[in-house]
Design a protein around this ligand. Structure first.
Ligand SMILES: Cc1cc2nc3c(=O)[nH]c(=O)nc-3n(C[C@H](O)[C@H](O)[C@H](O)COP(=O)(O)OP(=O)(O)OC[C@H]3O[C@@H](n4cnc5c(N)ncnc54)[C@H](O)[C@@H]3O)c2cc1C
Length: 574
């Protein structure tokens, strides 16, 4: 029987969505299957631009339907809305077939972020028109010299004396910069000092003052360097000014960041079908490779980790869609999707690659590109460090000071997630409160490894209360990030359990997954123990937090049966 927890194009029917969403998702899957594996891999290897795919998207109105918020759609366009649940579903499909496709869509989302947050109706109308014509978009934030330090932009806007500006400067790592109908560009005015001088404006990549320099990567993804030379920015092109421009940048990244988790889920799913099928059919010394105990362990770990990635990402959708000025919990769960789910994706691929070894290099596999592309996701929309540092801001309130909230249901309803484009100032993170994380764990206290992991989570609370970093350690990001990894695991487990409850996931799988988390927590605790600045008390705490998972052979065997059933469950059409 097909494993309903994993995406399988053979059986995929997203009937939980409205008819047009269901049609578009299925049509996208069919487009890839019709194209076939050989062609897909050939396009990847020859770094072909995605013109055929974008033509399909334009014809079907795929990007236009999924990426035009209700507020920017015309009367009668009932299917257009910004709906994070269906956006997540499409991310997974793109990840499954190729990250290059996902990337063109992802940077379109980022490019639209500053526009949909803007009150500039001319720019909004233009963007909606361009989308309906099938155009892609781009987000011009990064610069060659400045990396994550976006405060230091050298894209300079000089007033033209007529209410507009002339923009000059370079941008680097800008996806779709070769083709975008609208590029949202971040810069600063030459006549205003400090944050008040920031400007986000819309540029056209076909304008003569827009110079495409090159693709900085060797891929179908067009990650451009471009240069503006006295590019005229009229009042109708200005999207945001001053601090609002900076907030628009961060809030756009908040929206875009969320797409990384489901993309990595899709990559891992496709790679897993290939890996398990190969390992199961490969006979060494007269037995299938999957008869080796270490192979079983690695594939079972990969499988439960992947299920965990899915459960967390799906549950995070609910918090994203329920967010509002008084419920900003998504600001923790969102960087978690980014740094935790995507690094779990790397582990899943590593585990499987260990098993399939040479096969993972073969050019006619999807796996070989999965092994490369999975690395990119932790590095996009802020690095793992940046997101982990962000997560730390929430630790005290999340662990120790829970607040009451209405329960958040599964959010697959037909709704426009309008709040994402009016998130407001990106400040005040330390004062955000969370519902009690213990409730999710209590509901599964009967599962042995959930109960044991809970001991580690309780120990972390004790650490924060009694052995918290001192002032000097508070400035030692290396030390803090080690704590951040421990905290991230507690939050990760929480949403996984919440989603497990909502979907009735098999408890053997949760038990096996939490056995993995116990080992992970123990490993991070040992790492903390070895940090240069760890005090004697912190070292004692760290070793005291190490636990051994509860072993249950029958449970492991049942989980293994699920893994084994993936052999031959899907092979892409040739
Ligand atoms: C394939 C690809 C596509 C991209 N597409 C786009 C795009 O379309 N538009 C766009 O604007 N950008 C894009 N980017 C840029 C991307 O967002 C940057 O990679 C990111 O901002 C980090 O910059 P950097 O890689 O230069 O690292 P750097 O900023 O040089 O960082 C170096 C190191 O310092 C650490 N570090 C930096 N700041 C902090 C901090 N505050 N706290 C803790 N650690 C820190 C980092 O973790 C890293 O290890 C893309 C990048 C890639 C690789």
């Amino acid at each position: 029987m097909a494993d309903a927890t994993l995406f399988n194009p053979r059986t995929y029917d997203p009937a939980h969505f409205d008819p047009e969403t269901r049609r578009l998702l299925r049509a996208t899957v069919d487009w890839f299957e019709d194209r076939g594996k050989r062609r897909l891999i050939e396009d990847y290897r020859t770094r072909a631009w995605l013109a055929d795919f974008l033509a399909f998207s334009a014809k079907e109105g795929l990007f236009a339907t999924f990426l035009t918020p209700a507020s920017a759609s015309a009367a009668g366009e009932r299917d257009k809305r910004w709906d994070t649940a269906r956006i997540a579903a499409l991310n997974e499909i793109f990840g499954f077939y190729g990250l290059d496709y996902w990337y063109a869509w992802q940077v379109t989302i980022l490019g639209l972020g500053p526009v949909w947050q803007s009150e500039n109706t001319t720019a909004r109308t233009r963007a909606a028109e361009l989308l309906s014509q099938g155009e892609v978009f781009a987000f011009g934030l990064s610069e060659k010299a400045h990396g994550a330090d976006i405060y230091s932009t050298d894209m300079l806007l000089e007033p033209d004396g007529d209410g507009g500006f002339l923009a000059s400067g370079s941008k680097y790592y800008i996806g779709n910069g070769n083709a975008a109908g609208l590029v949202s560009v971040f810069g600063r005015r030459t006549d205003v000092e400090g944050p008040d001088g920031y400007v986000f404006f819309a540029a056209d990549s076909r304008h003569p003052a827009y110079h495409l320099v090159k693709n900085v990567v060797d891929s179908s993804k067009y990650v451009s360097e471009f240069r503006l030379e006295n590019y005229p920015v009229g009042p109708d092109d200005v999207l945001h000014t001053g601090r609002a421009a900076f907030d628009a940048a961060l809030n756009t990244v908040n929206v875009g960041k969320f797409n990384l988790c489901t993309a990595s889920v899709g990559i891992c799913e496709h790679a897993m079908y290939e890996a398990v099928t190969h390992a199961h059919h490969r006979i060494l010394y007269g037995r299938p490779v999957t008869a080796f105990p270490h192979v079983r362990r690695e594939l079972a770990d990969a499988y439960v980790r992947l299920i965990g990635m899915k459960l967390f990402s799906d549950r995070a959708v609910d918090y994203f869609r329920t967010a509002g000025p008084d419920d900003r919990r998504y600001l923790l769960f969102n960087p978690m999707t980014k740094m935790k789910v995507t690094t779990e994706g790397e582990k899943v691929i590593d585990l499987m690659w260990d098993v399939i070894a040479a096969k993972g290099f073969e050019k006619d596999t999807y796996f070989s590109q999965a092994a490369t592309e999975i690395r990119g996701l932790p590095k996009l929309e802020g690095t793992v460090h940046v997101n982990l540092a962000l997560i730390l801001k929430f630790m005290g309130n999340h662990l120790l000071a829970p607040a009451e909230y209405e329960p958040v249901p599964t959010r697959l309803d037909v709704a426009d997630d309008a709040f994402l484009f009016r998130q407001g100032p990106a400040r005040g993170l330390g004062s955000i409160r969370f519902h009690d994380w213990r409730a999710a764990y209590d509901a599964y206290a009967h599962i042995p490894n959930v109960a044991r992991f809970r001991e580690q989570a309780d120990a972390l609370c004790e650490f924060v209360t009694t052995a918290a970093p001192d002032e000097a350690q508070g400035k030692d990001l290396d030390f803090l990030l080690a704590i951040g990894q421990l905290f991230a695991l507690v939050v990760y487990g929480q949403l996984i359990l919440e989603q497990g409850r909502l979907t009735g996931i098999e408890e053997n799988v949760l038990d096996e997954l939490f056995a993995v988390f116990i080992r992970d927590f123990s490993a991070y605790a040992v790492e903390l123990h070895g940090k240069d600045s760890a005090t004697a008390e912190q070292q004692r705490w760290a070793l005291g937090a190490v636990r051994r998972p509860v072993v249950d052979e029958a449970r492991s065997a049942r989980v293994w049966e699920r893994v084994e059933a993936l052999a031959g469950a899907y092979e892409m059409a040739p």
